[in-house]
Design a protein around this ligand. Structure first.
Ligand code: Y39
Ligand code: FE
Ligand code: FE
Ligand code: FE
Length: 230
């Protein structure tokens, strides 16, 4: 066995790689842009914590700029039209919840589900990334834990009164993530990212978050498996 992990060679300059990158990178840029907006909106709903939420929003803006630089570095044009469509259902659910003042649902969508999706994708991407993108993504993933923690802390402190809404928000939105992942499974594989590895990493991050919030093992198993086989 070689001492260095036996990963297939990725040709970052090939048309195949760049074509897949134009969609995955666009998803990440659009995700970061929407996350930036979402934290600003959360600051309106939670005026006590507005300053902290603006700080998180600015971090998302920096992430977006970092990933835009990754595309330029590979001379890739991100397919933003694809990315906007990719996020549209989740985005709409956040907007509807925000308009109804459903803070718990907004936190579940952005700070739990989307952050865990980002954390798992970035973890699996980092060892496969080109050196420029790897450095950027390593910095970003640390921030995403701060964002996840924000949601965990608030939901933990309001566990009993938020439990039913968290379950409903999970039921409505978690199946969307698996649907989204299926749509980009083939592109992700071209970048060296296997779907099963992302699902496993997501389950770990999401399960840990639900546990920190106060859910028991039975609830966690029931909640995190929702829609996975769809
Ligand atoms: O909180 C954040 O910064 C998250 C918005 C960014 C979204 C990242 C979305 C990653 C999905 C990648 C899927 C690759 C297969
Ligand atoms: Fe919008
Ligand atoms: Fe981010
Ligand atoms: Fe984030």
């Amino acid at each position: 066995m070689p001492s260095i992990a036996a990963t297939p060679e990725l040709d970052y300059k090939s048309e195949t790689y760049k074509d897949a990158y134009s969609r995955i990178n666009a998803i990440v840029i659009e995700g970061e842009r929407e996350a930036q907006d979402n934290y600003i909106q959360l600051g309106e709903i939670l005026p006590d914590q507005k300053e902290e939420l603006i700080r998180l929003s600015k971090m998302e803006s920096r992430h977006k700029k970092g990933f835009e630089a990754c595309a330029r570095n590979l001379a890739v044009t991100p397919d933003m039209e694809f990315a906007v469509k990719f996020f549209s259902e989740l985005h709409q659910n956040f907007q509807t919840a925000a308009a109804e003042g459903k803070l718990v649902t907004c936190l579940v969508i952005q700070s739990l589900i989307i952050e865990c999706f980002a954390i798992s994708a970035y973890h699996i991407y980092i060892p496969m990334a080109d050196p420029f993108a790897r450095k950027i993504t390593e910095g970003v993933v640390k921030d995403e834990y701060t964002h996840l923690n924000f949601g965990e802390v608030w939901l933990h402190e309001h566990f009993e009164e938020s439990k039913a809404e968290m379950e409903a928000a999970n039921r409505q939105n978690l199946p969307l993530v698996w649907k989204m992942l299926n749509q980009v499974e083939n592109d992700a594989r071209v970048l060296g990212m296997e779907r099963d590895a992302m699902v496993e990493d997501f389950m770990i991050a999401y399960g840990e978050a639900l546990s920190n919030i106060g859910f028991n093992t039975r609830d966690i198993m029931r909640m995190s498996a929702l829609g996975l086989s769809a």
